[in-house]
Design a binder for this molecule. Structure first.
Ligand code: SF4
Length: 221
């Protein structure tokens, strides 16, 4: 991505940035070839999720929201749970928040198709309430299998709820961002949720800082 294009994306995010810190136009894809049965493993897992009734959310979902993206991606983004649009469309991070997430990714030279995006929960909590501990526990096995299949080089925990659950902490997002965490030996960086950024435009600059930080971590792994 050339500099002018990147600045366009940043402007679309509402961020006044004069100089991005790095060149991101050579984002590498994973070089290892997946096992020949990798495709079947993903398909099987997605089928398991679609049939899951392990928690109460199965009763109110329109459909499960498994995850989307490149099975060879080196970046894994993990959000909290499907919202209304996601529940209807069956894909995580769609609608305005999804568009902003795409712009955030492009700002660091990543297309949505180059990453993998999933949620902790595969079914929408009614009225977008916070996930309950038993629901997170019930669904965690699916996320763990996604991580095992993908073997990402870096994980972005998108938003406070995802970050607190993944890191098993109650610390506020302000204390979790800007630090390199680990999830099962994989570097994890916490970023603001785009839905939050849509409500709080002044926070977009922090989101850009988070992404730059994540990129700097990625360069070292
Ligand atoms: S949220 Fe997860 S554990 Fe609960 S029913 Fe949906 S897929 Fe199953």
């Amino acid at each position: 991505m050339d500099e002018a294009t990147r600045l366009q994306y940043l402007q679309a995010m509402g961020i006044d940035v004069w100089v991005p810190r790095h060149q991101a136009d050579s984002e590498p894809m994973a070089t290892e070839t997946s096992p020949t049965d990798s495709h079947h493993a993903w398909t099987d897992l997605q089928h398991q999720v679609s049939q899951c009734h392990a928690c109460e959310l199965c009763k109110t979902r329109t459909q499960t929201v498994f995850g989307v993206g490149n099975h060879h991606a080196t970046w894994l983004l993990i959000g909290e749970a499907p919202g209304q649009n996601e529940d209807l469309q069956g894909e995580p991070f769609v609608g305005k928040a999804g568009q902003l997430l795409n712009e955030m990714l492009r700002a660091i030279g990543l297309d949505r198709e180059q990453v993998y995006i999933a949620n902790m929960l595969k079914c929408r909590p009614p009225n977008n309430r916070d996930p309950q501990a038993d629901e997170v526990a019930a669904c965690n096995g699916f996320l763990q299998q996604q991580i095992a299949l993908l073997q990402p080089k870096i994980i972005l925990a998108v938003g406070r709820i995802a970050a607190q659950n993944l890191l098993k902490t109650q610390q506020p997002l302000s204390r979790l961002r800007g630090t390199q965490h680990q999830l099962d030996g994989i570097p994890l960086v916490v970023v603001h949720h785009p839905a939050y950024l849509l409500r709080s435009l002044t926070e977009k600059a922090k989101a850009w800082e988070d992404l730059q930080f994540a990129w700097s971590i990625y360069q070292t792994v």
